[in-house]
Design a protein around this ligand. Sequence first.
Ligand code: ADP
Length: 322
Amino acid sequence: MAANEKEVLVKADRVKVYFNGRSRRDGKVKAVDDVSFEIMKGETFGVVGESGCGKSTLGRTLVRLQKPTDGQIYLNGTDISQLKGEPLKQMRKDVQIIFQDPSACLNPRRTIRQILMEPFKIHGLTGKIDAEKRILELLQLVGLDEYHLSRYPHELSGGQKQRIGIARALALEPKLIICDEAVSALDVSVQAQVLNLLQELKEKLGLTYFFISHNLNVVYQVSDRVGVMYLGRMVEIASYDQLYEKRYHPYTEALLSAIPQIDQEVQSKRIHLEGEVPSPSNPPSGCHFHTRCQKACDRCKKETPQLREVDPGHFVACHLYE
Ligand code: ADP
């Protein structure tokens, strides 16, 4: 895939993540199925797709909480897909993840000071740097005060807890942050504050985000480029502006027609997808979307469409555009 003039931070090359099914008769669950894409330095790469399409699994694989079954992931040119031991630990300094539920991620028996000290302890940095000073800087970065350090997570609001989650993710100065439904559990007004904070931090610290959300509106608001996933595969990748202008894949068209902010005209033509998402342990042949696609033809049942560049930087996997 050709990159634009920006530098590539992450390159995922034919990544597959398969899980064992619940019983022997079930096939493998193809959570991520032959996915290739690039994330440019300094951008927010958003991922959309219905629940179960593999967004979180892909995010967890980029941070190597999950090992890919096949394929390569390059971070700054280094293949991280098979790292173990010390090199894996070192790599994890560069890629951090922020989860949906801050309450579940913060140890309730630890104070905020202890929680923020953890990354420095894990990496043996407490004697080498002034961790106490760094913790204060982190708190300031996420808009909290010194007095929060002696508090326990249950003494903070949902938004404040997520700010601590963000501060912890920033502790080791990562290059890439995976935001996995990072604002989904928050009230709408708090969501906006945390999204603004993420945006400010991105600019201030030169961060790169891989932004996963089931909320299309949110992904669309924050992303420079968007990847659309369907049943383990990436079906369209384009910049925000390109998708605003033109959505090629029938799935993207249907998915984004549900966002009123994009286009009033499109809204009046909202496309309702018929049927359920098929099971990733027994996906349809050819194009996985053909069973729900109004434009499917015979070829779609037999042949898997490859992701192709249809406009500069705009990729789509659909036989309609070959
Ligand atoms: P999304 O984030 O888009 O909702 P996920 O990545 O969570 O999707 O899940 C993709 C598919 O992989 C789902 O069918 C899910 O049930 C399955 N899956 C995810 N993690 C596991 C696991 N550890 N073991 C078995 N199946 C899994």
